[in-house]
Ligand binder design. Sequence first.
Ligand SMILES: [Zn+2]
Length: 240
Amino acid sequence: MGLHTADAIVLRRYPFRETSVTLSCLTDRFGKLKGLVKGLYAQPNRYRSAMEPFTINRIVFYDTRMSQLHLISQCDLLSPLTGLQCDVETMRVASFCVELIDAVVPLEEPQPATYQLLKQALERLALASEDAAGTRLHFTVRLLRLAGFQPQLDECTGCGATIRASGYWSARQGGLLCPSCLHEDPMVEPASSEMLSALAALAESAQPLRLDGPLAARLSQRLDEFLRWRLDRPLKTLTR
Ligand SMILES: [Zn+2]
C-alpha cells in the first residue's frame, strides 16, 4: 500500500452514502484515477477543498492495489477556476473537454501531457477573454492525437492507399477516403488541403491557432461528427 501526492483536476463527482463522495479525476503523475473522499461533508474543515468538478487540487491518496477506487485522505484546493462559470458557452466548452477526457483516457495510465492540455484549456477558458471555440477545437485535435485516437489522414481508411494533398472526409470511417473508395460512405465530403494542414498544425501545436473563421467552424463540425461515430458511448455535451 503506497501513499502518493498528486495534482488533480476533478472530472466527475458522485455522492457516496451520506457524507462522502466518489470522484474521477485526472492527475499530473498517475493519469486518470477514481477516488473516495470519506466524510467530505461531515468534516469540511479537514479537507480544504470540496472537490468540485473543474477545480484543480492537490490530493494525497492511498493506493490499495486491491481496487481501482483509491482512498483520498487529503485534498487542498489549488485553483477554483471560478471564471468558467461566467457564461453558459464557456461552461459548455469546459464540460465538453472534461467529458471527452473521461471518454478517451484510460484509468491509471500516467499521461502528463494530457493533464497539461486539460489544465491549460480550462485555465484559458476561465480567462473569458479567450476564444472558447478556438480552445475547444485545439483541445479536441490535440487530445485525440495524445490518446492515439486521431482521424486517419495519411492513408485511405478503405484501401490503405497513401493520401497526399487532399481526400474525402468520412466521419463514419474515422478519417479520409481516396477517390476509388467513395462507395464506402455516401456521406463523404471533400477535405481540402487547407483543412488537412490546419488539422496537422493543431495536432502539433501547444496552444490554439488563429484560423480563418469558416475553416475553424468546418473543422469543428467534422470533428464532432467523427466523435459521434467513433466513441463507444455518445457524449452528452455533443448533443445540441
Ligand atoms: Zn481507398
